[in-house]
Design a protein around this ligand. Structure first.
Ligand SMILES: [Zn+2]
Ligand SMILES: [Zn+2]
Length: 246
């Protein structure tokens, strides 16, 4: 049994989520059950908005062709090829919420299904989930990023290597400025063992990229040659935060 599955019996709420819901988790339409995805109906999935092109070649941010990308300007060499599947609009946000906070771990499969064409994978790459701190991992019963990496890995025949560890529980990132996020994440990760040469990080949401950048720095310092990343959702940032027109 996978380690993240083995923890489920500790937690009654998570055990209950082994059952399937009677209706789509997002729209409550009972017709949703019985489709290929028992948790999120085809209509709700079809309403998720794919990220448009052109995108920054490095961080995957949809961007005007005449604009320098500000998001990834300071990223370390060796960290490139980040891609997200859909905008984090209210529907996509609720799907992430169901996975992270409501115990619906099978939603990882629904999210992985729309990430299939993102993977910047070549020979020898491994999927590395963004880890949770021990306390949050215990209370949640599983790590949602690991569940997503397992789902993607199964679908694509790519190994999952949970080589990254969270050294301390960081404060929730959601209410922090970009500067505060960077400080909050400083020394948040470690890679105590051997790391793959080619890494594809897996996370649920790309907001400012600070979490992925911090993880990439640790993996590159530990010997990875190349780190890229995939996320299900991407927060829509105000244009001023994305770039400056030249
Ligand atoms: Zn639905
Ligand atoms: Zn960029």
């Amino acid at each position: 049994m996978r380690p993240w599955l083995a923890a489920f019996p500790d937690r009654l709420g998570a055990v209950e989520r082994w059952l399937l819901p009677p209706a789509c988790l997002l729209c409550a339409d009972p017709a949703g059950s019985g489709s290929d995805d028992p948790l999120i109906c085809p209509l709700c999935r079809s309403r998720w908005r794919r990220l448009p092109h052109p995108q920054c070649q490095r961080c995957g941010q949809p961007i005007d062709g005449d604009t320098d990308c500000r998001i990834c300007a300071e990223w370390p060499r060796g960290f490139a090829g980040v891609a997200s599947a859909v905008w984090l609009d209210p529907s996509a946000r609720r799907a992430v919420h169901a996975l992270k906070y409501d115990g619906w771990w099978r939603v990882a499969e629904s999210l992985a299904a729309v990430m299939m064409d993102l993977l910047p994978l070549g020979a020898g790459a491994s999927l590395v989930p963004i880890p949770l701190g021990a306390a949050r991992r215990r209370s949640r019963g599983y790590n949602q990023s690991q569940a997503m990496a397992e789902a993607l890995g199964r679908r694509r025949g790519v190994p999952v290597d949970p080589c990254l560890e969270r050294t301390r529980d960081t404060q929730s990132q959601t209410s922090l400025t970009p500067e505060e996020r960077a400080a909050n994440l400083k020394a948040a990760f470690s890679a105590p063992g051997r790391v793959p040469a080619r890494v594809v990080l897996v996370d649920d949401v790309f907001t400012t990229g600070a979490t992925l950048r911090s993880a990439a720095e640790v993996l590159l310092a530990a010997g990875a040659d190349q780190v890229s990343a995939v996320t299900f959702g991407r927060a829509e940032l105000p244009l001023a935060a994305v770039g400056r027109t030249i």
